[in-house]
Design a protein around this ligand. Sequence first.
Ligand code: HEM
Length: 125
Amino acid sequence: MNVPVNEVFATVGESGIREVVAAFYRQVPDDSILGPMYPRDDMEGAEQRLRSFLVYRFGGPDTYLSERGHPRLRMRHAPFAVNQAARDRWVDLMTTAIDGSSLADEVKSAMKVFLADVATFLLNR
Ligand code: HEM
């Protein structure tokens, strides 16, 4: 059984989300498509923003909302060329991060389905 998206936090805690997001961002700087898109001088901040958003979206504390306001993900991604190649690469790196993590299989698949769907929703070019 897949874990519902809003129960992922209760299942893996902040440390599980931290593990996945850190593994994702370790791959970003050297990536040919995503590397140039992210702020090289603020990779820690970028990592923190995605982690905080996912903690909130996966049913944990909503600190993201007080720090960043409503997510408005499509608007926030408008400055970046999220074409099919960028979307697919983002999903590839995230899949590698999730598969390499210590999380249980049913949480891994719940996260992968959710993140791939949002990535498709963010296509803007
Ligand atoms: C589809 C491919 C994607 C690309 C190319 C992409 C790219 C980016 C870039 C370049 C940033 C700016 C980094 C920063 O300084 O914060 C960013 C921010 C962010 N992205 Fe993505 N992203 C993608 C998919 C996603 C997905 C699937 C999610 C959520 C499930 C997501 C959530 C976020 C969040 C929460 C932020 C920070 C927003 C803020 O508070 O300012 N992104 N993304």
